[in-house]
Design a protein around this ligand. Sequence first.
Ligand SMILES: [Zn+2]
Length: 460
Amino acid sequence: MEKGSQKTQAYPWICRGFLRTLDPQEIGADRDKNRSIQVKTKGFHLLNIIAVIILAAIVFDVIINIVSDVLNLRMLQAHVPEPFQGVYDADKYRKSQDYLRVNTRFGWVSAMVNLMAVLLFWFQGGFPAMDNWVRSFGNGPVLTGLMYMGSLMILYALLSQPFSIYATFVIEERFGFNKTTWKTYSLDLLKGLVLAILLGTPLLAGILAFFEYAGSHAWIYCWTVVTLYMLVVQYIAPTWIMPLFNKFKPIEDGQLKSAILSYARSIQFPMKNVYVMDGSKRSSKSNAFFTGFGKNKRIVLFDTLINQHTVPELVAVLAHEMGHYKKKHILQGMLLGILQTGIMFYLLSFVISYQGLFDAFYMNHGSVYAGLIFFGMLFAPLDFFVGILMQIRSRSNEYQADRFSVETTRNPGAMIDALKKLSVQNLSNLLPHPFYVFLNYSHPPVLKRIEAIDAFKSTE
Ligand SMILES: [Zn+2]
């Protein structure tokens, strides 16, 4: 078999020595002089382009987000926008602006701490130190890789915990949203950890093993396995995974249920039931969503939503969710996800064997597991742009789903009222800056959605 030759071709890092490993002190010195990161080899200055790209991307990401935040805060105005007069009282409107300010500042602190932590870990040689540690156990490459990636994930989780606790128990609490008890919070953490281990470990082990042993076709195997895996997880999510965190009850018989079922019949939406989720267990914010596919698809309403809206409003919201299904947005999203996964693994198969990637992080040894992590950092800029494209697609889908709802319920007033109430209850920012929307919003700003519905209504 040609496997042997493929393997050596795919892993040139086995023959090391193209670039020597960077010395952290050199980096520090170079940075102090504000020059790019360089490797000095026999008098030549070899630029480690990988390190420069990753560093630039990390810093760029922080800066562009701060710029969009500042623009966003500058948009805040004292008076309530016209369509919301009478819905938002002046006090509550001010509160929504405070909520934005507090969250923005909190985002800055957390981004700065993250940035500092990543740079410190990187330039203090955290990646090779951890590598030496996991290698000292003398396990095979797959188990060593799982330990390496697991340790990094634990470090990251430890770093982000204080922020998550502060967001839940201080910020959300202060604005009256938080309903999470410490018990729920700790149980969520524990369940999330167990789930990550149970679901994540086999998948990660598979990816590591393919790239370790399967030669140049590893990316195709990984793509296939990850795709099947994602489909299975999405399929079982509504019945097996989500009930671990929330209670789902079929909606009670009554006016709401019959209104929903008769609407669903009118658009030939195959549906057996609508579920109510105890969202109030964690937050007073409300929402509705669509999950699963095939026979396992479900429409879920938060209990908080049902308590705060009229029957026609709830039907309009559900019609929007069914619109996503009818307009094939769910299928589209799944196919795009699969395509993205394939492209990522294909690119990974080129980069994972590139020595410069390991030199950029001072690694003494090349490895599949470290390659996976560094690849993730190297392709963050690509992710950034793909993310923006995905958001554009998502916002356009939201307009389509709104339109579907209005067309089929013939009740634009209910949809508009639902949107208004939802924004007020969730203290949504009514006037986000277009650049901020461009970068961050998966849904169009509520005023734009209302405008679009009004415009559509008048052409009817
Ligand atoms: Zn939607």
